[in-house]
Design a protein. Structure first.
Length: 198
């Protein structure tokens, strides 16, 4: 769900950014079908997800959600964290936010016939026309992304949507937590990237 953060962490190449996105769409057994650099960032995507899910700051953030919404806190935080990243784009980023997003969209379009799974290929026109990554900058973009995600759930989509209230009521604390957590995530990724096959 947190596409923008994954792409930010992989911005060193177009193949890496594609791999960062594909981590949510490609089954582990199918990764060998892709370019080695894409494979590496599919793996990195999963490492980032595991690190994030177990990080103390993220666990504290999940505890701020009401009991009945807490099972969806991970999804809600993923989307919200892209909003906070967009709002507080790192000063030392090699690329401005809008420039990186456009570069990623171009990479997606150039590779779409080759590497994209059917479900991502089907979503691509909407992702581009609705500017999913750029839309996270406003909280309304978070709301739209949550609505879109809730429609894909087999049940309890209403509980996911209701969790938007938890994001709003804890906005400052969740935003501050992400800003403390993200530099640690960047350091983690830099360290793990050195261990991946080149």
């Amino acid at each position: 769900m947190n596409y923008l953060a994954h792409i930010y962490l992989a911005q060193h190449s177009d193949h890496a950014m594609l791999g960062a996105l594909l981590g949510d769409f490609v089954k582990l057994k199918d990764t060998a079908l892709y370019h080695p650099e894409i494979q590496a960032d599919i793996q990195m995507h999963r490492l980032v997800d595991s690190y994030t899910d177990s990080h103390p700051i993220v666990l504290q953030a999940k505890a701020l959600f009401q009991d009945r919404h807490r099972r969806y806190a991970g999804i809600l935080l993923d989307i919200f964290y892209d909003h906070v990243l967009s709002q507080h784009w790192p000063q030392d980023s090699p690329a401005p936010r809008a420039e990186l997003i456009q570069r990623f969209y171009r990479a997606l379009q150039e590779q779409s016939k080759i590497v994209l799974p059917d479900n991502l290929q089907a979503a691509l026109p909407r992702m581009l026309s609705q500017d999913w990554l750029g839309s996270y900058h406003a909280f309304d973009g978070v709301r739209i992304a949550v609505e879109r995600t809730s429609q894909r759930l087999s049940r309890n989509g209403d509980l996911l949507r209701a969790g938007l209230g938890d994001l709003q009521s804890n906005y400052d604390a969740l935003s501050k937590g992400f800003q403390e957590f993200f530099p640690e995530l960047i350091q983690y990724v830099e360290g793990r990237r050195l261990q991946l096959p080149s």
